[in-house]
Design a protein around this ligand. Structure first.
Ligand code: MLT
Length: 330
């Protein structure tokens, strides 16, 4: 569809949705009247999916409706973001995404949505540290030995990630640059299939969020070489940060946000945001998130303005860095 026609259609859809759920209307009071879809841009079983399912289940308590998780994978999350940007803005479709919303405009030459103008902001969600993990039988017992191994084997070493624009890719690229070794990168549709490849010994390394890696590290199914935060994690206090182990300034923390298509009814955005905040305060959810190393942001960040602010800041921060590195997709 041509851009002008698309924008006319979107305006009509938004107007229809606003008329259907206008302020004070009977529908506004009964929202949500049917299940709500939360689109996850990566494969089932990965960190984004795990958090979406946990929160979606808890949000049902206040919404009184099911939150259906839809995994729409590919192109580092941009396929899902495109689909949600173009979805009918009726309050029944939302997107959970992370730093990838801020990096995509610089990474993709032909991005068909604008993260800064094509969405309603609902709220930030959680902050998650990352971990550098290796296959169980990798012949390097700690980070020092890993560096020696990488130098000796260089491009024979495979580093898995979830596609251009995924945080596992961002973390992997920063790591590759910091250690100065040209590792071979292998893309997957999410870090769940990447983790399966690591567990099966088909790839060597993966930089992934603690919400995904924690159980595998605890069971000894993968080796933990370092964490990407500026200080050590409560969940793995014995493991030094990568910065502590010689990669000065190395820091990657993942932030997540929830978005709705532009023009979605304010009542729906407000109710979904309120249900999210209630879910994050649910003691069982809070305890599980803490066990997985995730942190719930301060109340001012759990708002539409909180999400808009971090998205704008991070877009400005990453844009020039990515352009300077010259790594683009069409
Ligand atoms: C990533 O960006 O690496 C994603 O969080 C992966 C995923 O959720 O599967």
């Amino acid at each position: 569809m041509k851009p002008i026609r698309r924008s006319i259609v979107r305006t009509l859809l938004a107007t229809a949705a606003a008329l259907a759920i206008g302020p004070g209307s009977a529908l506004a009071q009964s929202y949500p009247a049917k299940p709500i879809t939360l689109v996850v841009p990566f494969a089932a079983g990965g960190p984004t999916d795990v958090v979406a399912r946990m929160l979606g289940a808890a949000m049902m308590k206040s919404l009184g409706q099911t939150v259906v998780i839809e995994n729409k994978t590919g192109a580092g999350g941009t396929i899902a973001a495109t689909a949600v940007a173009r979805a009918v803005p009726d309050g029944y479709t939302f997107l959970i995404h992370h730093n990838g919303m801020a990096t995509a405009p610089a990474l993709y030459r032909k991005l068909s949505y604008n993260p800064l103008t094509d969405f309603e902001y609902v709220s930030q969600v959680i902050d998650v540290p990352m971990t550098l993990v290796g296959r169980k039988d990798l012949p390097a017992k700690d980070f020092k030995e890993l560096q020696t191994y990488l130098r000796a084997n260089a491009s024979k070493v495979n580093l898995a990630h979830a596609g251009l624009g995924a945080v596992s890719h961002l973390c992997g690229m920063l790591f590759r640059q910091a250690v100065g070794v040209e590792l071979t990168t292998v893309p997957y549709q999410g870090t769940s299939p990447a983790m399966n490849a690591l567990l099966g010994g088909q790839v060597d390394l993966l930089c992934d969020q603690t919400t995904s890696t924690t159980p595998f590290i605890k069971s000894g199914s993968v080796k933990l070489y370092g964490v990407t935060t500026s200080s050590r994690l409560k969940t793995f206090p014995e493991t030094p940060t990568l910065a502590e182990q010689g990669l000065a300034g190395f820091q990657v923390v993942v932030w997540h946000g929830i978005y709705a298509p532009k023009g979605s009814p304010k009542e729906a955005v407000d109710k979904f945001g309120a249900a999210l905040r209630a879910a994050l305060k649910d003691p069982a959810v809070a305890a599980r998130l803490a066990e997985l190393g995730a942190a719930v942001p301060s109340d001012d960040r759990l708002t539409p303005v909180g999400l808009q602010t971090i998205l704008q800041q991070e877009t400005q921060r990453y844009g020039p860095v990515i352009k300077a590195a010259g790594q683009f997709a069409d």
